[in-house]
Write a protein that binds this ligand. Structure first.
Ligand code: CTP
Length: 391
């Protein structure tokens, strides 16, 4: 027998769009996936360890898995998997709302609901299937919060107590960096990541990922970036990473980068955020000319600057950073490198220095037209070694 199971059944019952189709087969899932692909011409990828397969055709993907029983050799380890019945497959799942299956039969299919998922859908409850669920798989802590926020549900009382016990019991510490980061990434992909992250903060989950992520203003910071993300073109989910790491010292930032095994773009963002934060006081009282300000902020990634401008307590620093992001950063001279070469500037470091000088001059209002830029270049060329060019 073949069943549609988990998320798609839940979402169809809730009247929400169904994104991915997940099929469970009592039998050999990968074999069925191969037969489907042979018939419709799709690509099959098989993951033998979990006896799962996916078939991709024209940008659409369906998962076909063997109904399975799971046991956990130790908490937070990946489960050991053996083939089982649909009842086993539903029993291994995280929450009752995900433990629903629709048999693909010709007429009048009835949802198979062995764990009260239909009632929980109508009550709006995220309920675990057994008390050890979060200890077996602490990623479910993140999942519970994600479903709660996405669906506007509540976490059922006993489930919430189990979740809190798993957090207090230190079980998040046993998750690998990749698994924790993956759960955060899935939250970032939600329409509204901030409420889930705020909830994780309130439940002590962020602090359990790394103690330096437990700080009183975390929820306010997340709200601040979420609110201003709606006001302007969204700079992307990385601002949430910046919001979470903003108060950290450089040493704490390095520890968090390691704990989440952050990819290079996240790590750069975190490092830049804490470094820009250190500049806040100086920026607040600075009377530096635009070119000097631009040189000070040029090397930092825009998301870090954007986040700090939203999070700083100093309106003056926020204004200077925003001014840089909205105006100075995008200012470029009219002439480019090939124009300089055509004017007789010799190939080499002088080209770069002149381009920087032209940008500085434009930022500080010393030149505003291409003709003035050309005159400035000519002046340098005729007075070689001129002090006009900063080295
Ligand atoms: N599942 C689980 N425990 C996990 C991960 C997944 O029990 N730690 C089960 C759930 O029953 C879930 C199914 O595997 O419905 C598929 O997982 P996933 O694709 O992550 O869940 P969806 O419900 O499809 O999630 P989403 O709606 O976010 O895509």
């Amino acid at each position: 027998m073949i069943y549609l199971a988990g998320g798609p059944v839940r979402d169809a019952l809730l009247g929400r769009p169904v994104a991915d189709l997940d099929f469970v087969v009592e039998g050999d899932g990968p074999q069925l996936a191969k037969e489907i692909a042979a018939e419709i011409g799709g690509q099959v990828v098989v993951h033998p360890r979990f006896s799962t397969a996916s078939v991709a055709l024209e940008g659409t993907r369906v998962d076909v898995v063997t109904a399975r029983r799971e046991t956990y050799s130790q908490p937070a380890a990946l489960p050991d998997v053996t083939a089982g019945s649909i009842a086993d497959d539903l029993h291994r799942r995280d929450f009752s709302i995900n433990a629903l299956a629709l048999p693909l039969v010709d007429s009048r299919p009835q949802v198979l609901d062995l764990h009260g998922g239909l009632d929980d859908i109508s009550l709006g409850l995220v309920r675990s299937l057994h008390p050890n669920s979060f200890v077996d798989d602490p990623t479910r802590i993140f999942r519970a919060v994600r479903y709660q926020q996405r669906l506007g549900f509540s976490i059922e009382d006993d489930t919430l107590a189990q979740l809190r016990d798993a957090v207090a019991g230190g079980h998040i510490a046993s998750l690998t960096p990749d698994r924790v980061r993956h759960e955060l990434e899935r939250i970032f992909q939600e329409d509204e990541p901030a409420p889930s992250l705020q909830c994780l903060s309130a439940l002590g989950v962020l602090g359990a990922i790394h103690p330096s992520l437990a700080y009183p203003q975390a929820e306010t910071h997340l709200a601040a970036v979420a609110a201003s993300q709606r006001e302007i073109a969204p700079p992307g989910h990385l601002v949430y990473v910046a919001a979470l790491t903003y108060p950290l010292s450089e040493a704490q930032a390095e520890a968090v980068i390691q704990r989440l095994s952050m990819p290079a773009n996240w790590a750069r963002l975190v490092r830049d955020t804490v470094r820009v934060k250190v500049l806040e006081n100086a920026l607040a009282v600075s009377h530096a000319a635009p070119a000097a300000l631009a040189r000070q902020l040029d090397g930092f990634c825009p998301e870090a600057l954007w986040a700090v401008s939203r999070l700083t307590c100093s309106p003056a620093a926020a204004q200077r950073i925003s001014g840089y992001l909205n105006e100075l950063r995008c200012t470029a001279p009219a002439l480019d490198g090939s124009d300089l070469l055509a004017m007789g500037v010799p190939q080499g470091p002088l080209v770069g220095r002149l381009l920087q000088e032209l940008r500085d001059a434009k930022l500080d209002g010393r030149v505003s037209t291409e003709l003035q830029e050309r005159r400035l270049v000519q002046a340098v060329l005729t007075n070689e070694g001129s002090t006009t060019v900063h080295g």
